[in-house]
Design a protein around this ligand. Structure first.
Ligand code: NAD
Length: 424
């Protein structure tokens, strides 16, 4: 039985390790440097918001460890560590470098190292390979193979999960790409597309995420101009969407968050810059999307001014802290930036997120709406289903800023409640 070791058991690595374990075809080792993460997994307590992983973890016996020695004799290593950015928005490869250093000590002839983390084109050959070769004294492309198979998991998605999301894969030894693709085919139900080079595989992921960032930036910019013109952008986009070809709706909001879309474009910007190309369009998209938390607060400011109040001194409820619906993930969340801006402006902020009790000031929707001058909906969770016209009236809320355009504008925005969305 081949031994497969997954390095990094977070949103990407854990569902993957469980999928491989479920196949029953491999000896699986899940390795993570975070003791808490490992202990939780061993006690079958899912450390991530992922219903499929929760179910798999309960049903299976995944072996998780922080003991590097257990990586010995691995046939296939799969790296799923974070790829964040530094304060100056340049890529931080530290986790990838550290993971490669660990693997290099246990790398044997004939093994394959797969990278699933989102990286720049060139990372496998320019960063991973030299570290692996140095530590193992083996030669990449001859003694061992290196492949790139970017993960596309979408936490909270009930339709698309690790089992059915199609993949692209490229490897250093071209003749062996099919072998590693077949490994993925042996435990996934998804299409595994073999591409000709590692660089193409690396590029697919970064291009997908940059595409999304640019499209969201376009509608976020439209939101600002349509608000200025007093035209409902949401209705406009719904209308534009019935074009059966060449239009794909994206929706404006209080900004872009998460470990992927808000981060990956910086990787491409930096890599292209090193090759002498300036990605002006991508940089502008990042700038527009980064400006949205401030814009969201300016919508609150307008609403409060209408009732002769200012942000300074007002009591504001901030609902939803995570970066997306129905998950507990705070990475790059625009809500956190909204929170900072409100505090800087002198508002008294009460925040509430049912998924993040540690950072919530109160324990319920009823409580967070008590005696506030206005609310900002930073992220909508299904658990906010009670956030209706009735409760807003009962709590005498005067200003509602819907940062994700989720609430019924017509029901909520009446004479008694001032409603401001993003683009409506
Ligand atoms: N979260 C997503 O939705 C998503 C989707 C597709 C791709 N990705 C990409 O996948 C990668 C991983 O993201 P994630 O969301 O799973 O991150 P995560 O933070 O949820 O998990 C990463 C795990 O790696 C561990 N780790 C860090 N350094 C390590 C090391 N040297 N050795 C062993 N373990 C180590 C951490 O302790 C953590 O448990 C990133 O490149 C990300 O861009 C993420």
């Amino acid at each position: 039985m081949k031994k497969v070791s997954i390095i990094g058991l977070g949103y990407v690595g854990l569902p993957l390790a469980l999928a491989i374990e479920r196949s029953g075809k491999y000896d699986v080792v899940g390795f993570d440097i975070n003791n808490k993460q490992v202990s939780k997994i061993l006690s079958k307590e899912c450390p991530i918001t992922d219903t499929q992983a929760e179910k798999d973890l309960k049903e299976l016996s995944l072996h998780a460890t922080k003991d590097k020695e257990e990586l010995k004799n691995t046939d296939i290593f799969i790296i799923c560590v974070p790829t964040p950015v530094l304060d100056d928005y340049t890529p931080d490869y530290t986790p990838v470098i550290k993971a490669a250093e660990t693997i290099s000590k246990y790398l044997k002839k004939g093994a394959t190292v797969v990278l699933e983390s989102t990286v720049n084109p060139g990372t496998c050959e320019e960063i991973l390979v030299p570290i692996l070769e140095k530590g193992s004294k083996l030669v990449a492309g001859k003694d061992f193979n290196v492949a790139m198979c970017p993960e596309r998991i979408n936490p909270g998605d009930t339709k698309w999960n690790v089992y059915n999301i199609p993949r692209n894969i490229g490897s250093l030894i071209r003749e062996k790409t099919k072998e590693i693709a077949d490994f993925y085919r042996s435990f996934l139900d998804a299409e595994i597309n073999e591409v000709s080079t590692v660089k193409v595989a690396e590029s697919t992921k970064i291009v997908e995420n940059a595409f999304r960032d640019i499209n969201i930036a376009y509608v976020n910019e439209l939101a600002k101009s349509f608000d200025a013109m007093g035209i409902d952008l949401i209705e406009t986009l719904q209308g534009a969407s019935n074009k059966p070809f060449s239009f794909m709706a994206h929706w404006p909001s209080r900004g872009v968050g998460g470990h992927c879309i808000a981060v990956d474009p910086y990787y491409l910007i930096k890599r292209a810059q090193e090759s002498g190309f300036d990605h002006r369009f991508l940089k502008m998209a990042r700038e527009v999307n980064n400006s949205m938390p401030e814009y969201t607060v300016s919508r609150l400011q307008e609403g409060l001014n209408e009732i002769e109040k200012s942000v300074k001194g007002s009591k504001i409820a901030l609902l939803g802290l995570s970066y997306k619906s129905n998950v507990a993930d705070l990475r790059e969340s625009p809500s956190l930036e909204i929170l900072d801006i409100l505090k800087e402006m002198g508002a008294k902020v009460i925040s509430y997120d049912p998924y993040i009790p540690d950072m919530s000031d109160v324990k319920s929707l009823e409580e967070v709406l008590d005696n506030v001058d206005g609310i900002i909906l930073g992220t909508y969770h299904d658990k906010f289903g009670d956030l209706t016209e009735e409760i807003l009236k009962r709590k005498n809320i005067k200003v509602v800023v819907d940062g994700v355009n989720k609430l019924g504008k017509d029901e909520i925005g009446n004479k008694k409640v001032i409603y401001r969305g993003i683009g409506r």
